[in-house]
Design a protein around this ligand. Sequence first.
Ligand code: ADP
Ligand code: ASP
Ligand code: MG
Length: 471
Amino acid sequence: MLIVMKFGGTSVGSAERIAQAAELAVKSAKEGHKVIVVTSAMSKVTNKLIAAAENAVAGEYHKTVSDELHEPHRQAVHQLMPTEAARRREVLESLRQKFERFETLCKGLTMVRELTPRTLDAISGMGEMLCAPILAGAIAERGVASHSIDATELIVTDDQFGQAEPLMAETRQKTCDKLLPLLEAGEIPVVTGFIAATAEGVQTTLGRGGSDYTASILGAALDADEVWIWTDVNGVMTANPNEVPEARTMREISYSEASELAYYGAKVLHHKTILPAFKQNIPVLILNSFQPTDTGTRVSVTGHPSSRGVKAVTSIRNVSLIAISGKGMQGIPGIAAKTFAAVAAERASILMISQASSENNLCFVVNSSEAARVVKALRASLELDLLQNHIEDIAVDDSIAVVAAVGDRMQGAPGIAGKVFAALGAAAVNVIAISQGSSERNISLIVGEAQAADAVRAIHRAFELHLPSAA
Ligand code: ADP
Ligand code: ASP
Ligand code: MG
């Protein structure tokens, strides 16, 4: 089998964790599989890089920032490559060069005082470039040839810095040209997750948590047999285990369930991960690098439908509700069209939409980081409607969360919405707005942020998701 396996931040968070990741990759190779490894940055490194860039642009940068980031990497190299002196020197030298560049960029920011999305991508993507050579070294120490490769040489994207989209034809060509010969030669290539490059070679990133997406893009480009996502939990669970301690691992879920869950906040998978795998029917496995014998979750065409209808519950924070209201909106055509055109022009994505049939109110949810920009654009494009009093108000509420109940079997099953709302009522959760997609695989609701955890727990309990599925 050809397996693309991705290790998340905690799975490469220390020398011990990197050693374990290397063991897992080598084990699969020794079982006769062709293995491509994708690595995240060591845990917390991406956050620290972004914080350093933001501080630098505010005028604050000290060399200690770079030294503090450098140290755990340097230590990992010494621990993981005790024997191969030449390789160790080479990796240490590559770390030194990357930190030199990091310092130059940060010092530059203290002077120009402007952090463009392009520069932020150049800095935030460094964590993966630091980690990949260390993991490749650890694999080589275990007797299988391995080199690190920057995904900038493989994945070609558009220029939406911070959330770039792959151009698959170009990506397929480059990936096959570079990686297939290495696989044929018996190597385990270690590719940097999260980063990519435009056709002109400018570095981009695929969005926070994007290393999962890197794995499925490479899996699709190489027609892999499976994509494995090694993380720190036993697969995709019925809810965020931090929010619902009794949440259970789902052993099989469908592509559509995985995709809805990821979209509605299950951080275990980057929300775009599923699509490339789904298009080519490549199974995706979510596995725990801390408990590698656990079977994890398998995402495939059929999943394992649950007779309960709802299979899992998620929540998304850091989102804002934008409400456009006015008695005069009734019967005026085009307000929705103008609204969504304005949002699309800002390249903001809408997580949920709801409109009451009275047509007096249209509301939708966007990420809070995009809310101010979206409202500004709306005020401009709906200026005339505001002047004519068709619209009285464009309001923003930042103190909300979206909660979603997901499951393929919700489709056509009566009574599910009733049960969701009865559970929320009993838990005294106030529902601000509701939406159900026509796919009927998801009911999403807006609640006050302070009540989101209660809402998730109430739905989880009502559908007895802590019990093994009675499918
Ligand atoms: P990685 O660094 O391996 O990419 P992430 O932190 O991005 O890992 O994702 C794994 C985390 O996602 C888990 O530790 C868990 O806290 C969180 N999580 C949120 N919702 C879910 C869910 N439904 N199932 C499993 N994990 C979830
Ligand atoms: N290191 C990146 C992040 O923290 C990508 C990833 O971990 O998937 O967002
Ligand atoms: Mg992740």
